[in-house]
Ligand binder design. Sequence first.
Ligand code: FES
Length: 94
Amino acid sequence: MPKLTFTATGETYEVPDGTRFLDFCQENDLPHDFGCTVGSCGTCACVIVEGGEALAPRDDEEAETVEMATDEEGARLGCQLVINCDVTIRPAEV
Ligand code: FES
């Protein structure tokens, strides 16, 4: 199972392949903010600190939304992430 490390808690979790980051956060009360949950508000912006090589690349729509929310290079939308490999994630600075 992929390992998800979340810097906001300092914990590493084993998650089933294909777990949505949004679902995992909500089901486990992880301290990450979400808004629309459909990729349009940018509230959930986060940064892949390490790993994540197998994550689906962000598309133009995700890039456009995330760039409204943060200046951090390569930031992602947490509500759109599907965990399929080991990855370390931190909230983006907004
Ligand atoms: S929660 Fe709105 S873009 Fe992710």
